[in-house]
Design a protein around this ligand. Structure first.
Ligand SMILES: Cc1cc2nc3c(=O)[nH]c(=O)nc-3n(C[C@H](O)[C@H](O)[C@H](O)COP(=O)(O)OP(=O)(O)OC[C@H]3O[C@@H](n4cnc5c(N)ncnc54)[C@H](O)[C@@H]3O)c2cc1C
Length: 441
């Protein structure tokens, strides 16, 4: 691409897993397209996550249909760099037209003519349609309760790399979804005193009766749930592929010395306070855990499967002291806490997308990724079509749906009435632009 103007049928913004999947489906349908990525392919898996992170799902599950992790056991968990390599290899496999190092700065609908004008760090592009594949987790969110206290080191989970990066002392990890739980576990194993603030969560067993929870959620139809159950918008999922993949069990963490606390309420004068909801939150997590075991047992029985019994999965560690005598306040200095890690989630930023495709809160308005603004598509959104949408295996299927929609729209737009067809016969036919550049840096 030069500083001049490029024309393309479909422009995909972002080359994480969503952009790569989108490109594969567009290529299969012969739709001319270009993918622009401001960093490198699957950058989030390289520089956006902590050093020891492995995929949450096993290698047989957390992948696209067209390529296996051939160097890993199907039941193993791919290290984060390996996941990034996987997507690079995948893009090479079908010569994905990806240009890296190009930032998309503005997308605007054309006035009085179809399509969009796209400003990038490498010139202007005219595109008939734009697929926004910029990720579900773009900007770290730290809640407003974070104190302004220079004695404390405060980072978001997105900035955490390893225990050595933190100053000496105890650590408060706020948020016990997959990130918070894994980071807290790693810090504790490194010898730190860790306080973990636990909110509402789901806590499926890592595996049960010889099947990973990814398998169970699949056969039980959980990944296909179309929408979040009301009231569960803030429920995180605590799972981990670390150490070969183990069930997250908060009582076990407490038995190893981790101090569990409820939802972090606020900070005042060097004192942090917590809601008295730890026991409730753990009880609901247990309910979720047991519900998966029960549903799995019922599924096995109904289908007459020969999978070994696992009664020990129902063994419960004793309640730790921090449950019976909850910590509701903590003097940070007295507890020796020098660091707070905010594992509190992410927000998106569509400020560059100057189109009418958002609700009052700035959330994309769409149906399965097809925006209310015609010609704009989203991919990789949480719950885009179902629970699995923002995950590796799920985004591939959503990309297929979006690509099909684009293909259908193109057939409408290619329609010519009789007069137009006749006029076209009198002039030489123009061949469709199929130009597919290859992956470039
Ligand atoms: C800690 C963590 C662990 C996870 N582990 C798993 C897991 O084990 N299994 C699983 O299935 N899912 C996992 N996920 C969820 C999900 O798979 C990842 O978040 C994944 O990175 C999402 O892929 P994506 O392509 O949608 O977005 P991203 O990977 O974020 O890719 C979007 C890309 O768009 C680019 N971009 C953004 N804006 C622009 C712009 N204006 N111009 C050009 N480029 C732009 C970015 O540079 C980025 O590379 C995890 C998420 C997190 C946060």
């Amino acid at each position: 691409m030069t500083a001049g103007k490029t024309e393309i049928d479909t422009l995909v913004v972002g080359a994480g897993q969503a952009g790569v999947a989108m490109s594969e489906h567009l290529s299969r349908l012969g739709i001319p397209h270009l993918v622009l990525e401001r960093n490198r392919i699957a950058e989030a898996w390289r520089s956006g996550r902590w050093d020891s992170l492995v995929a949450n799902g096993p290698a047989w599950h957390d992948r696209f249909p067209g390529l296996e992790f051939d160097d890993l056991s199907p039941d193993g968990f791919a290290p984060k760099e390996r996941v990034a390599d996987y997507f690079e290899a995948y893009a090479r496999k079908f010569k994905a037209p990806i240009r890296t190092g190009v930032d998309v700065r503005k997308v605007e609908r054309n006035v009085g003519r179809p399509g969009f004008t796209v400003e990038t760090s490498d010139g202007v592009i005219e595109a008939n349609r734009v697929v926004v594949a910029t990720g579900p987790f773009q900007h770290p969110v730290i809640p407003a309760i974070a104190p302004k206290d220079e004695r404390l080191t405060q980072i978001h989970s997105a900035q955490y790399r390893n225990p050595q990066q933190l100053p000496e002392g105890a650590v408060l990890v706020v948020g016990a979804g997959s990130s918070g739980t894994q980071i807290a576990d790693e810090l504790q194993r490194a010898g730190r005193q860790v306080y973990l603030s636990v909110g509402q969560h789901d806590r499926p067993p890592r595996a049960y009766r010889n099947r990973d929870f990814c398998w169970w959620l699949g056969v039980l139809g959980e990944w296909d749930q179309a929408a979040m159950k009301p009231g569960r918008e803030h429920v995180t999922i605590a799972v981990s592929g670390a150490h070969g993949g183990r069930t997250v069990d908060f009582r076990e963490l407490a038995q190893r010395g981790m101090k569990l606390v409820g939802v972090t309420r606020g900070f005042n004068d060097g004192v942090v306070s917590f809601q008295p909801d730890l026991a409730d939150n753990l009880a609901r997590g247990d309910e979720n855990y047991l519900a998966v075991l029960d549903a799995a047992d019922a599924y096995i029985e109904r289908n007459g499967l020969d999978l070994p019994l696992e009664p020990e999965a129902r063994r419960v560690f004793p309640d730790p002291e921090c449950m019976s005598t909850p910590i509701l306040e903590l003097d940070l200095a007295k507890a020796g806490i020098t660091t707070v890690i905010w594992a509190t989630g992410f927000a998106t930023d569509y400020s560059w997308l100057k189109v009418d495709a958002f609700d009052a809160k700035g959330k994309p308005l769409h149906q399965r990724g097809v925006s209310t603004e015609s010609g704009i598509y989203f991919l990789g959104l949480p719950w885009q079509s179902r629970r699995g949408s923002s995950f590796i295996w799920g985004v591939w299927h959503d990309a297929k749906y979006v690509a099909d929609h684009i293909a259908i729209q193109r057939t409408y737009l290619e329609y010519r009435d009789a007069a137009q067809r006749q006029a076209a016969q009198t002039v030489a036919p123009v061949s469709a632009t199929q130009g597919h550049p290859v992956v470039t840096a």
